[in-house]
Design a binder for this molecule. Structure first.
Ligand code: ATP
Ligand code: MG
Length: 570
């Protein structure tokens, strides 16, 4: 590709609303443009990277017998009603009507449509397993689109769905898909970590997220040297080792006017947050539940829901809270609540002696609360979001934490969709059985942004060679010189003959401008041809990721670059 005619509009300054390094660089380097909140155009340079990621994903999906399909993005309401997700999905699902008033949604994911396809076409265990996948646009009306294409409303996803006759086959395939995902992200040149995850709106029995490690990631990962790693919203915590017990002090009521948050009361009473018992009210399938967590912890609603086995968990309204606790919001505590609602306490609450909590009375808190004497939860269970100080559930070592960008998600769905949609096959004994399913997503557009989030410096992008829009940037200096012109043209042809993608900067710009642009757009290898190099029958080679300059004989250059790229792609 010759740069003089390439649609690559670069910017000196990123738009002021660009909120991450990758968003800034993707706009400055001419990969994307913003149409409006959460909607982007992909320009030729960006699309080349996207297509490179897509191809890697496609190859790895095909390697585990994936067969590519293309499903519609507009889905009819009736299929989504069969699984109940038409009502459950919430506002991320964009629903609309056609001219005949029939209702549809824009696909955020495609379990319903694919399950419908398979139930119509597959009837026997002999036709199983089958693994179908597609690339395509997904739409989610995200409440707060941000981070450019990392959390956009419209994005490009690979979604795959597998159908199996039994659990064992589904599990074996899950392992294969997991390995394929590891291959994909390795080949994309990313530093990543698979972690145990919540199943969210897609559901199912268990799942893994693939996290690209980056400080700016939205997710927090709790991990341990033993190999355990989980999204901190999922991570289980080992029971905390109890501190030495303190002698019980007498219960004491203290006046705390206008102080109802842990922070406010802690300040007022000059006490540590760890001394507090946070008392939280929920309605689980319509029944009141009170959950206690330590003041420095956050309640993990997923853990609470899983423990209760409830379908719907909602924070109690102020009215419900007041009815249960008999006091205004902010002044509830465990003492005297037994009997009014089921009381569950987090394991770490066991470490609180002489604790502080609301007195179930306006403007009052209680000091020196001790369990058994003052309150008695129905059970102590792991209920809080893993936090520093927590320990690994497998080996009890303290967790370490890092941040990540979720680029892929694999789910073992089991029969969640096949059961509700009556998607069945006949087994060898002619018994009708629901398909066992798995589903496997990759945010292809998010992968491109995540790669840039991980690969950049003050001058611009540093692409992994495997997904870079071009592998080589060829820069002639004083390009009117016929000797240089001839050498460059020969190189340009020679490299392309070896299937190397080359961007030739044939603009009549100064060397400084060309180098600056090359750094901004981040092509892995830069080859400069100038009168100085031609004098020595050579070219100057530089990797984007290093400062080192290397002289290579002109006639050996294409082969040298070919070998080097092969090494870089390993
Ligand atoms: P998140 O927790 O980030 O919202 P999710 O759990 O909703 O993600 P999945 O439903 O598992 O995501 O979707 C599969 C993949 O699609 C994700 O791993 C991610 O890479 C990508 N993805 C999800 N939402 C978006 C979005 N709004 N913009 C870009 N990519 C997205
Ligand atoms: Mg989401």
């Amino acid at each position: 590709m010759k740069l003089s005619h390439y649609f690559l509009p670069t910017l000196r300054q990123a738009p002021s609303d660009a909120d991450t390094i990758s968003t800034k660089l993707m706009q400055r380097a001419g990969l994307i443009r913003k149409v409006t909140g959460g909607l982007y155009e992909w320009l030729p340079f960006g699309l080349r990277a996207l297509k490179n990621v897509e191809q890697i994903v496609r190859e790895e999906m095909n390697a585990v017998n994936g067969q590519e399909v293309w499903l519609p993005i507009v889905h009819p309401k009736n299929l989504w009603e069969e699984t109940g997700r038409w009502n459950q999905y919430g506002k991320e699902l964009l629903r609309f009507k056609d001219r005949k008033d029939a209702e549809f949604c824009l696909a955020p994911t495609a379990e319903e449509v694919i399950t419908d396809l398979v139930r119509n076409e597959i009837s026997s265990y002999r036709q199983l397993p089958v693994f179908l996948y597609q690339f395509g646009t997904k739409f989610r009306d995200e409440i707060r689109p941000r981070f450019g294409v990392m959390r956009s409303r419209e994005f490009y996803m690979k979604d795959g769905y597998s159908f199996h006759a039994d659990e064992k086959d589904a599990e074996n395939f899950y392992q294969k898909a997991f390995t394929a995902y590891q291959n994909i992200f390795k080949r994309c040149g990313l530093k990543f970590r698979p972690v145990e995850a919540e199943t969210g709106a897609i559901g199912g029995s268990f799942s893994h997220e693939f996290m690209v490690l980056a400080e700016t990631g939205e997710n927090e990962i709790a991990y341990c040297s033993c190999g355990y790693a989980a999204n901190s919203e999922r991570a289980e915590c080992a029971p905390p080792s109890p501190p030495p017990p303190e002698p019980s002090q007498p219960l004491q009521e203290v006046h705390t006017p206008n102080a109802w948050t842990v922070e406010d009361v802690a300040k007022l009473l000059k006490a540590a947050k760890e001394k507090f018992l946070k008392t939280l009210f929920y309605m689980a399938d319509g029944k009141p539940i009170v959950a206690l967590v330590r003041g420095d912890h956050e309640l993990n609603e997923n853990k609470l829901m899983r423990h209760l086995g409830s379908k719907k968990l909602e924070k109690a309204t102020d009215k419900e809270y007041e009815q249960i606790a008999g006091c205004p919001v902010g002044f509830a505590g465990p003492v005297g609540l037994d009997g009014r609602a089921s009381l569950l306490a987090d394991l770490a609450v066991q470490t609180v002696f002489n604790g502080i909590s609301g007195a179930n009375k306006k403007d009052y808190h209680l000091k020196n609360i001790n369990r058994d004497r003052d309150y008695r939860p129905a059970q102590f269970v792991d209920l809080h979001v893993a936090a520093p100080g927590d320990r690994c559930p497998r080996c009890q070592k303290p967790f370490q934490f890092c941040r990540g960008i979720e680029v892929g998600h694999t789910f073992k769905l089991g029969t969640k969709y096949s059961q509700s949609m009556k998607a069945t096959y006949l087994d060898a004994e002619q018994h009708s059985k629901p398909f066992i399913m798995g589903c496997y997503g990759i945010g292809v557009s998010r992968v491109v942004a995540a790669a840039i989030e991980q690969g950049n410096d003050e001058n611009g992008i540093i692409w992994p060679a495997s997904i870079a829009p071009f592998q080589v940037q060829l820069i002639p200096i004083e390009s009117e010189d016929s000797k240089i012109k001839e050498a460059v043209e020969k190189l340009y042809q020679g490299l392309q003959k070896r299937n190397i993608s080359v961007l030739l900067d044939d603009r009549s710009e100064r060397a400084g401008v060309k180098f600056k642009d090359a750094d901004l757009i981040g092509t892995p290898l830069r080859i400069t041809v100038s009168s100085k190099t031609i004098e020595k029958d050579s070219v100057e080679l530089k990797r984007r990721s290093s400062k080192e300059l290397q002289m290579i004989p002109l006639n050996q250059c294409p082969d040298f670059v070919d070998t080097l790229l092969h090494e870089m792609l390993k």
